[in-house]
Design a protein around this ligand. Structure first.
Ligand SMILES: *Cc1c(COP(=O)(O)O)cnc(C)c1O
Length: 388
């Protein structure tokens, strides 16, 4: 590398090599797992920084955090045992009485958690329609606001919110913006580049990509008291990501760019194929030129648009459920962002009271062959529509 020492390496190179990792003692190109719960002090009885007790993170977790910070252009990234525990830390660190502005429809667990805090009198909440900046702005103006929550693209309708515009509104009001971009990982969307104060990803999804851990990550450029408070919540709640799971995450992230590129291509092929299909009422995917979020999404996702889409089937709620039952390749399972494709009847999973179309099926498109996936949905739709 010496003759090229001024050349900045591509992020794809750095992530594929987990930051050119070489273990000092052995030369191993794969890190060891460091599972210790406690660490011996040195000969002067001083703590050997930075590790002293596992509740504060481990070397393996810190390595995974360093890879994510590199992708996000963040100064710090902090990994939690799940996406939910990361989101909860953000809500928990807010002073009592804080006003949160959040979308009416968003990831159901985060919405439920915000509602729990509101029901207990810890915070107040105002809602806006996802993607609607005018509503977001009036919700922020209604009372002094501490935190604006954006999820883009938004689960499960995939509305797109302009992160930069939302950040400008939040900052003008003295609030911080957290952006949940789980649907478009940092190979596509770096929310901090668009002015978000905190970028959140459920690393359970694309970052890990193999459906075998839960993890969540917060990334920031500006640290300070609010960040110290969030780190303290992780430590006191004991929600740092486990070393074994961090090791799997490092392994998964090495192929992030390849996996995501393939899954975006597949999704575009499937969405294009099914747009205007006689058995469907709608195809929801920002990659379609007809989608209202298309232009903003193009700018915000590196032109890739992501691997998540939904379809609204014609017929009844039972037709939608039957379509998932008759899929032979798509797994009828929750979650997203893995190499295998999943289909989910969202209303069954979110429960009554959550505003979701009763005939909506959420598709997480994996890295299989696009024609095989198209064939599977076609045959499932046909069977679901056959008279019994
Ligand atoms: C999955 C998900 C979460 C929660 O993450 P977990 O890892 O399941 O706890 C939050 N937001 C979005 C958009 C998600 O898809």
């Amino acid at each position: 590398m010496t003759e090229n020492s001024n050349r900045k390496l591509s992020i794809q190179t750095r992530v594929a090599q987990a930051l050119h990792f070489v273990e000092a003692e052995t030369g191993a190109v794969v890190p060891s797992i460091q599972p210790a719960a406690t660490y011996a002090r040195d000969e002067n009885y001083e703590v050997r920084k930075p590790y002293w007790y596992r509740r504060d993170g481990s070397q393996t977790t810190a390595h995974a955090e360093a890879v994510i910070a590199e992708m996000e252009d963040a100064t710090e990234s902090l990994l939690f045992a799940s996406g939910m525990s990361a989101c909860t830390a953000v809500i928990e660190h807010l002073p009592t009485g804080s006003h949160i502005v959040a979308p009416k429809v968003m990831y159901h667990g985060v919405l439920a958690q915000i509602q729990n805090y509101a029901a207990n009198g810890r915070v107040t909440v105002s809602y806006y329609t996802a993607g609607n900046l005018a509503e977001l702005e009036s919700a922020v103006a209604a009372q002094p606001t501490t935190l604006v929550w954006v999820e883009t693209p938004n689960n499960p309708n995939w509305e797109v919110t302009d992160i930069q515009a939302a950040a400008d509104i939040a900052h003008a009001a003295g609030a911080k913006l957290v952006a949940d971009c789980t649907g478009t990982p940092p190979s596509m969307t770096k929310a901090l580049d668009f002015g978000a104060d905190i970028s959140f990803h459920s690393a359970t999804k694309y970052l890990n990509g193999h459906s075998d851990i839960t993890a969540g990550v917060l990334s920031v450029r500006e640290t300070g008291k609010y960040w110290d408070d969030i780190c303290m919540v992780r430590k006191l709640h004991g929600t740092a990501l486990h070393s074994f799971d961090a090791w799997l995450l490092i392994r998964g992230m090495r192929t992030l760019f390849l996996r995501v590129e393939r899954s975006c291509k597949n999704t575009m092929a499937i969405a294009t194929h099914f747009e205007g299909h006689p058995l469907l009422e709608a195809v929801l995917y920002p990659g379609l030129a007809s989608d209202p979020g298309h232009e903003v999404a193009k700018r915000q996702t590196n032109g890739q648009f992501g691997g998540m889409m939904s379809i609204i089937v014609k017929g009844t709620e039972q037709t939608a459920i039957d379509t998932t039952r008759f899929c032979e390749l798509f797994y009828p399972a929750t979650s997203l962002g893995g190499v295998e494709s999943l289909v989910e009847h969202r209303k069954t999973v979110s429960g009554d009271g959550f505003p979701v179309h009763p005939r909506l099926l959420r598709l997480s498109i994996g890295i299989e062959d696009a024609d095989d996936l198209i064939y599977d949905i076609e045959q499932a739709l046909t069977r679901a529509n056959q008279p019994v």
